[in-house]
Design a protein around this ligand. Structure first.
Ligand SMILES: [Zn+2]
Ligand SMILES: [Zn+2]
Length: 230
C-alpha cells in the first residue's frame, strides 16, 4: 500500500495553532506570519558582538573596536523582550519544549546566507543542573537549528567542568573570574569553523570564555548563534 505522505505532511503542518494568538498556521516554527513579524529584533546590530547600535554600520561598535570579543561574530534571532523572554523562560523553567522548535527555527532563519560552520556546539549545563532540568535548553534549540540547516551538532564537545554561581549582578571582570576553568573540551578542532549556540546572551562572558577555549583548541573561526540577545 502506498501512502500519500505529502497530504499527510500538509495536514500536519496546518493543524497546529500559533503559539501566541492561536490562529491556524502552516509555519513549521509554530508562529503565524503576523506574530512572527512582530517579534522584537535588535535594531542595527553590531556586526561583531550583535549589540544594538544607533544606526546601521558595516564597522563594529566602539567597544568591539577597542577590545574585540574572542568570537568573530554574534548573530541573534531576537531581542530580549516579550514575548521572546516568555518563550525562553517557558523552555528553561516550565518544560515548554515547543519553544525550542520555535527558537531553533528563528535562529536558522537569522543565520541563513552565512557561511555554514563545520559544527554546532550548544553551551553546556553542569551535570547537576542537567539532572534537575532533564534537558539543556541550548541543546534543544541547537537541535532544531542543526536539523533545519543540515549541519552536525556536537553536544558533548564542550563540557562544564564545574558549576558556576549565578552571573547576575556581577561586573565584567567578576564574571570572567567566575567563569575561569568552568568549561573544558573533550577534543580538538584544528582549522574548524564552529558555532556556539545559546538561548540568551547578556554580557557575552560565557560564550566568550568558550570561544577562547575553542581557539586554544585550534578553531579557526568561532561564531556565536543565540536565540536572544539582551
Ligand atoms: Zn499568531
Ligand atoms: Zn560590538
Amino acid at each position: 500500500m502506498v501512502y500519500n505522505w505529502s497530504i499527510f505532511v500538509r495536514f500536519w503542518r496546518v493543524a497546529h495553532p500559533c503559539l501566541l494568538c492561536g490562529a491556524a498556521t502552516a509555519e513549521p516554527a509554530g508562529l503565524c506570519a503576523p506574530c512572527r513579524g512582530d517579534l522584537p529584533r535588535i535594531a542595527h546590530p553590531c556586526p561583531r558582538c550583535g549589540e544594538a547600535m544607533g544606526a546601521p554600520s558595516a564597522l563594529p561598535c566602539g567597544r568591539c573596536l577597542r577590545r574585540p570579543p574572542p568570537f568573530d561574530e554574534l548573530v541573534s534571532a531576537c531581542a530580549w523582550q516579550a514575548p521572546v523572554t516568555g518563550f525562553v523562560g517557558g523552555l528553561k523553567f516550565r518544560e515548554q519544549l515547543p519553544a525550542a522548535r520555535l527558537l531553533g527555527h528563528l535562529l536558522a532563519d537569522a543565520v541563513s546566507g552565512r557561511p555554514p560552520p563545520d559544527v554546532l556546539l550548544p553551551v553546556p549545563l553542569h551535570a547537576r543542573r542537567l539532572r534537575q532540568r532533564g534537558y539543556n535548553q541550548a541543546r534543544e534549540i541547537a537541535r532544531f537549528t542543526a536539523r533545519r540547516l543540515g549541519l552536525p551538532l556536537e553536544p558533548t564537545l564542550v563540557k562544564r567542568a564545574r558549576p558556576t554561581p549565578p552571573q547576575q549582578g556581577l561586573h565584567a571582570r567578576e564574571r570572567r573570574r567566575n567563569l575561569r576553568g568552568a568549561f573544558e573540551l573533550t577534543g580538538t578542532l584544528p582549522g574548524k569553523h564552529v558555532a556556539i549556540v545559546d538561548d540568551v546572551v547578556t554580557t557575552g562572558s560565557t560564550v566568550g570564555e568558550i570561544a577562547r577555549l575553542l581557539r586554544r583548541a585550534g578553531a579557526e573561526r568561532v561564531v556565536v548563534w543565540t536565540a536572544a540577545r539582551a
